[in-house]
Design a protein around this ligand. Structure first.
Ligand code: ATP
Length: 308
């Protein structure tokens, strides 16, 4: 395992009568894309803002890049890049001017052309911020977060409100950050986003962190396994074959469904099924982060981030 860049131990944040963060512990490793995922009000932003030294914790400990969030605010702020939720920039300034401004504030001289090129906004460098699409604005926000050449970036809900295409393009930008060697900490309420983009995630609900692990481990533990569904005539043959690989076989009319714990188990059965063939229609469905979330919490998160 690589080096820990964030270490959180029994972190608590209480606002008057609300416990926004309720004794959570997790680590983030160098070079990974990590996400806190959960519905609105789960405590994600509060956690991020404590790590960015914008809020004080009520109890517990948190270290960022080896520095204590209570004592080493200056050291931490020098080394991180931040794109807040509902981020904004100077509307009338151009893309390049906005990034230059951040560099000036930090007193640094980054290679702005390189940043804008890497993140695909060089062509738009002379356009005013307010004239850009939502997706391009987020890219500029990420460029601004990169201006101080941080080791670690915090992106709070980086794709909320974007259309599906712009969301996918933003994922590409975030993958570029990882290729540049940065560690990315993001928050999200989109399960698909976390599944497609992140290396590890912590599932957060009502201030509590329910599970933290690699995405593939979360899915294999809580995703409900892999379903192989076979439809056709002479289905009994397929049923018998599936039963030789798994005890979990359901038969409904002309369809049989076999459930498998792992991909390896499913692929052994599939290899035999394809040999039998007999004109079967075969469908494979694998559990995802949506299933993980509902298995862990009994609920789902809708597109707006509400728990349903
Ligand atoms: P969202 O995406 O809606 O911001 P979140 O998971 O980031 O959700 P937080 O914003 O951290 O959650 O909020 C967690 C809880 O703390 C919520 O109940 C929220 O109303 C409450 N809260 C957040 N900030 C404050 C504050 N400054 N004062 C009082 N309560 C707050």
């Amino acid at each position: 395992m690589s080096e820990k860049v964030i270490e959180v131990q029994d972190l608590v944040k209480v606002y008057k009568d609300v416990t926004a963060v309720d004794k959570i512990s997790f680590d983030v490793y160098q070079g990974e894309i990590f996400s806190l995922v959960g519905p609105n009000g789960a405590g994600k932003t509060t956690t991020v803002e404590i790590l960015e030294c914008l809020r004080n914790p009520t109890e517990g400990d948190a270290k960022v890049l080896g520095f204590d969030v209570r004592k080493d605010e200056k050291e931490i702020k020098k080394r991180i890049g931040v794109m807040p939720q509902e981020f904004n920039a100077f509307e009338r300034l151009t893309v390049k001017e906005n990034v230059e401004l951040i560099a000036k504030i930090y007193g640094v001289k980054p290679d702005i052309e390189n940043i804008l090129r890497e993140l695909g906004v060089w062509e738009a460098k002379n356009r005013q911020f307010h004239k850009l699409s939502g997706g391009m604005q987020r890219r500029v926000g990420i460029c601004m977060a990169l201006a101080s050449d941080p080791e670690l970036l915090f992106l709070d809900e980086p794709t909320t409100g974007l259309d599906p295409q712009a969301r996918k393009e933003t994922w590409e930008v975030i993958r570029t950050l990882k290729k540049m060697g940065k560690t990315v900490f993001l928050t999200s309420h989109y399960m698909e986003e976390v599944e497609r983009l992140c290396d590890r995630a912590g599932v957060m609900v009502k201030g509590k962190l329910i599970a933290t692990d690699k995405i593939r481990n979360l899915i294999s533990k809580y995703g409900g396994g892999i379903k192989v569904s076979v439809e056709g005539r002479n289905i009994e043959k397929a049923e018998k074959m599936l039963k030789s690989f798994t005890e979990k076989v359901l038969h409904e009319k002309n369809t049989v469904i076999g459930k498998f714990k792992t991909r390896e188990e499913a692929s052994k059965a599939l290899a035999q099924l394809y040999q039998l063939s007999d004109g079967y229609k075969i469908e494979i469905t694998e559990g995802g982060m949506d299933d993980v979330f509902s298995q862990l919490t009994g609920g789902r998160v809708d597109d707006r981030g509400e728990l349903i």
